[in-house]
Design a protein. Structure first.
Length: 516
């Protein structure tokens, strides 16, 4: 029998989440300056990607559990292939091909990943990567991608091999898994008895297996660990919109034109908000505009985004596996004014800081991954029914990368949606730009390109409202970076219907900003 090892509880949970309507694949698209050579691409993948031993293994599910098993018949030609675009070989055709691949399952008899080389794309090349989520989370996959690239074209062609003994995560052995063992009993009882979840949750605090340090820390912060668990398990569904409904098997992918990172930094600094606050507010605004354009109700609408949170210790980025938790963020789509919407996003994000939601959700996945599949299916459905979209923001390197001798000019990716969730919003920063991607169920949202087309408009609205607001801003006192960003927004404003009227009420805008 081939060498095998048991898959961790968390990774087993992701492996078993596969549904025909929601495949647990992470999809990436890399666009290149110049045309790649297939032989060079295979050589690079063989020497760098496959230096991670896990990626030569297939995931085998049996009655006794799930196992990583060496693929004794591994053939790289079955995993790295040439594929052609039809028609004009432009962005629309690449989006269509990516949509096809996002709707197609991986071969379960082989390691669950695949690369496709598109040799002719807008005068250059593109590579589409598919990998099952059970192998790694987004933070780890960014490190895997980085291991295949170099800061120079010549360096990217070298046959470099990273250490073959890259440490594999052992989720059950780390302290998060240890302190969350009591979640198992709470979940099983919650699903099989009528006792209140809140009462069960409070019992966890006094549970003898609970690490004393975490419980004491929660008390000091005024955080009821058990109440947060109960909050997750009893969470009510968010607003009913066209983004939710029965799913089909067909997905649609789209991505926006890159947005300069420096412009977002400058705007965030001027408004006293983080980059992430600005990006999430832009996403909320784009979703609102899409609903309004389709004649749907938008006032009072709340769309809950399920946001992954990295729980890896510093320096642990290269180990594969899934080490992230989840927070549930309600996007204020019902807020009409862009600045009000931004500050409401900031307020809600600040409320989530220090939350135990990420650790609890990681513990839940670890527990159900070791339990019967029926329990996992019930929990997954419970969690996914409370959200509309998965929203993730992954930081990438802020310098150009080269792969197989060619420069990567653009990076896009999409994370999978679990259960009945039909939308994913992905944000990736790379080489001074921010890249937005959206994936949707085609039956619910057949045109995600319209959503991504609104991201830039939402940014320009924030820029214009900041400059045109009634409290007044002395342009000459602003930094050169701000003036440059404002100038670019003004130039775009002449071509786009992005400007908004000055706010009639600034009650939700901080006094500190009103005084400028």
């Amino acid at each position: 029998m081939a060498n095998r090892e048991r898959i961790s509880g968390v990774d087993t949970a992701w492996l078993r989440m596969d549904l025909p309507t929601n495949l647990m694949m992470i999809i990436g698209v890399w666009m290149f300056e110049g045309k790649l050579d297939l032989k060079t691409v295979k050589r690079t993948i063989a020497s760098r990607f496959l230096a991670f031993r896990r990626l030569r293994q297939k995931a085998v599910q049996e009655a006794s559990g799930a196992w990583w098993e060496d693929d004794d018949d591994f053939d790289i030609d079955a995993h790295v292939q040439r594929i052609a675009l039809h028609g004009k070989r432009g962005k629309r055709e690449l989006e269509d091909l990516t949509s096809d691949l996002a709707s197609t399952p991986l071969d379960p008899t082989k390691p669950l990943w695949h690369f496709y080389l598109v040799e002719d794309y807008m005068g250059g090349s593109a590579v589409i990567m598919r990998i099952h989520h059970c192998y790694a989370d987004g933070i780890a996959l960014v490190q895997v991608v980085l291991s295949m690239t170099h800061a120079s074209a010549k360096g990217s062609l070298a046959i470099a091999r990273i250490a073959p003994d890259v440490p594999e995560p052992r989720a059950e052995a780390d302290f998060l898994a240890q302190i969350l063992k009591p979640v198992s009993g709470a979940l099983e009882t919650a699903l099989n008895t009528g006792r209140s979840l809140l009462e069960q949750g409070k019992d966890l605090v006094a549970h003898p297996e609970m690490a004393q340090g975490v419980a004491m820390d929660a008390t000091r912060k005024g955080v009821d660990f058990a109440t947060e668990l109960a909050k997750i398990l009893t969470m009510k569904s968010d607003s009913v919109t066209r983004f939710k409904g029965p799913l089909g098997v067909r997905k649609r992918t789209a991505w926006a034109e890159p947005l300069p990172l420096e412009e977002v930094k400058v705007l965030g600094k001027a408004l006293g908000c983080s980059i992430n606050d600005v990006l999430l507010a832009m996403a909320a605004g784009a979703l609102r505009e899409y609903l309004a354009a389709n004649g749907d109700r938008v006032d009072g609408v709340e769309i809950r985004g399920i946001v992954p949170v990295n729980l890896r210790p510093a320096g642990d980025g290269k180990s594969l596996g899934n080490h992230f938790g989840l927070v549930f963020l309600e996007l204020p789509v019902g807020f009409d004014h862009p600045l009000e919407r931004l500050y409401e996003v900031r307020r809600r994000m600040q409320e989530l800081k220090g939350s135990y939601q990420p650790m609890i959700s990681l513990g839940i996945l670890s527990v159900v991954g070791h339990g019967p599949r029926v329990l996992q299916d019930q929990v997954t459905q419970l969690l996914s029914s409370n959200g509309t979209a998965v929203m993730t923001n992954v930081p990438g390197p802020q310098y150009p990368l080269y792969f197989a001798g060619k420069r990567i000019v653009e990076l896009e990716f999409w994370v999978p949606q679990s259960g009945g969730i039909g939308m994913g919003v992905s944000i990736l920063s790379y080489n001074g730009n921010i890249h937005f991607g959206v994936i949707t169920d085609e039956g619910l949202v057949p045109d995600p390109d319209r959503i991504v087309g609104l991201f830039r408009k939402e940014f320009d609205k924030l820029m214009w409202l900041t400059l045109m607001s009634p409290w007044g801003i002395d342009i000459e006192r602003l930094s050169p970076q701000w003036r440059e960003a404002a100038s670019k927004a003004a130039a775009r404003g002449k071509k786009a219907d992005a400007a908004g009227a000055p706010p009639s009420s600034s009650k939700r805008v901080p006094k500190r900003f009103r005084a400028l």
